[in-house]
Ligand binder design. Structure first.
Ligand code: HEM
Length: 192
């Protein structure tokens, strides 16, 4: 896949562009009862160009913007919505992933781009309390449903995308790993 679009080299991010859909998702969410709340889901991920950025006349970044919409398989209702960017710096091979969810939580996660056996790997992490790859949450969430850490492994091979994300929470008086995973197929390749 050509990574140069509109005279800008998007590097590994070019592989993500387009619209992806899946119906193989599984959400393991916290519940006040002893057993976790497991929900199969369908999801849609759309990635579009958001151009190059230069920081302090020194750092050269490229980025793409995404929108992730997740629906419960049992009724088709949206139960998770997420927006953000994937950002890449060629000089350092650094990947950054920003996300905002409408529970009043946002974060910036970081990692290094890698390739293994022809698979492109985007693996990023954030931790509450960090001034760089950290997590910001509303006063209510900080007190009652704290996000302590976030880790995401996203991989792409051709037109198949898989992800697994672990959101480490402290909720209902205990630690809980809120895990979401899915496999999607690209249904549309669009550069802009
Ligand atoms: C596919 C991705 C995701 C899905 C489908 C999903 C879904 C859910 C569901 C169903 C709940 C339980 C809500 C309830 O108790 O009524 C929940 C709780 C929560 N999620 Fe997610 N989530 C996803 C990703 C994330 C991410 C990326 C974050 C933050 C980085 C996050 C943060 C939280 C928090 C803080 C709660 C606790 C709120 C509560 O249960 O009262 N989630 N999520």
């Amino acid at each position: 896949m050509n990574s140069i679009i509109n005279e800008v080299d998007y590097g590994p991010l070019a592989q993500l562009l387009g619209k992806w859909v899946g119906n193989k998702g599984l959400d393991n969410a916290p519940d006040s009862s002893a057993s976790p709340d497991l929900s199969p889901f369908s999801d849609e991920l759309t990635f579009t160009l958001s151009g190059p950025s230069e920081n302090a006349e020194d750092q050269q970044l490229v980025s793409i913007r995404y929108h992730h919409v997740v629906r419960k398989l049992e009724n088709g209702h949206i139960f998770h919505d997420q927006i953000g960017h994937w950002i890449y710096e060629e000089k350092t091979n650094q990947i950054m992933h920003s996300l905002t969810i409408p529970r009043a939580v946002c974060l910036l996660a970081g990692g290094e781009y890698q390739e293994r056996d022809g698979v492109s790997l985007f693996e990023v992490e954030a931790r509450a309390g960090s001034n760089t790859f950290g997590i910001i949450q509303s006063p209510f969430m900080l007190e009652k449903a704290t996000t302590k850490a976030f880790k995401m492994n996203l991989s792409v091979k051709g037109n198949e995308l898989k992800y697994r994300e672990i959101t480490s929470l402290h909720i209902y008086g205990k630690d809980f790993d809120h895990v979401d995973e899915s496999t999607l197929s690209r249904v549309l390749y669009e550069q802009d």
